[in-house]
Ligand binder design. Sequence first.
Ligand SMILES: Cc1cc2nc3c(=O)[nH]c(=O)nc-3n(C[C@H](O)[C@H](O)[C@H](O)COP(=O)(O)O)c2cc1C
Length: 411
Amino acid sequence: MPPTETRTDVRRRDFLRWLAASPLLASAGGLAGLEQVIAQEAPRRVFDDLVQSADEALDVFDLQRVAASKVPTAHYGYIMTGVDGEETYANNRAALERIYLRARRLVDVSTLDTRVSLFGREWPTPLIVAPAGSQRAFHAEGELATARAARARTHLQTLSTVTSTAVEEVNEARGEPVWYQLYARPDWEGTAALVRRSVEAGCPVLVLTVDLNGGSNRLTLERYERVDDRNCANCHTPGGRADPVKPMLRGLPSGPADGSAGAAMTWDFIRRLRDVTDQKIVVKGLVTREDAELAVRHGIDGIWVSNHGGRAEGDGRATIDALPEVADEVAGRMPIIVDSGFRRGSDLIKGIARGATAVAVGRPYLWGLGAFGQEGVERALEILTNELELTMRAIGAPSVASLGPHSIGVD
Ligand SMILES: Cc1cc2nc3c(=O)[nH]c(=O)nc-3n(C[C@H](O)[C@H](O)[C@H](O)COP(=O)(O)O)c2cc1C
């Protein structure tokens, strides 16, 4: 920061940059719209300065605003990006907001039971830490801070293939093996080597992500990259913005680090996975009844209903709306996890009411990480858990098991 620049200057500059890059500007209708956006934003920004430490954040969006001012611009763009014009990203939220809770009264909620069970392991809450790559781009301690927070608050953590810290170290920080998320490598041997490494590290569950197999069109990321004037070659490959080689991929034949290496993948891939591992296999990214039926038929152990937080394909459909058909097809035969756009305890209730066993979040804990490291991740998880408990009491739902389609409605 130049010596004459105050923190507020930096925030203002970052905000204007963000605005210039944001699809909001286009959708708000040019300059007149811009003024309106600023007017809406201004009062919030007065409150932003009130959040100087993790415990001062009142909701996960407070953490987002701090992360926006602390995380390098392009890296913040990587967290925030969806695809195309952000339609799927927006719909994930809009669909959740359309659903209301049906509050029952005069129910004894003096004790709450928020436990859920996944593959025989009991967790105190249905809130899961979703896999997210490159976390050291958001905070120096990256995945280790996330692991320590997940350990402190006893949440299931899923680790990305493109983690910036190796699985063995993360497991140590977490205090037990995480679930390991798999992106296919371009060659089968590379894929099998990754799976074997996760087995040796003790990871009980393999989460195969399939929603990026067709690639993704991340325009918001590109825009943020263009306004970031730091020298990316300090960390990224010289002259380019390609990722630095990730610890889990070192020594493997090179190729795209994300799921796009899996373009040729079919259900046959699951059979091959079964040959190299006894881990439970969860497929992440299924959003239709047809694929749920195929998952059952191919002996998958769990389904993760996800559109990657609106950053994979731009199908425009919210996962909360895709969930019922998947849950209906699965009919309790395997656990279902849902994610994409869940930001409040009431959202978690909506996911469970529509058939999920557990709900995962990505950006909310990444905002916490970027804002305050481990403490920020802990705070994000604490906020969501507190909101979940408060809302369950408020609607007369004493346990996760008591939630169901009767708990919600849509106008
Ligand atoms: C910065 C970032 C990186 C991600 N990296 C991965 C990844 O490596 N593997 C994966 O399966 N999903 C990845 N995801 C998707 C998340 O696992 C999850 O599906 C998504 O974040 C949920 O949506 P939400 O961010 O709206 O909560 C990533 C998401 C974000 C925001």
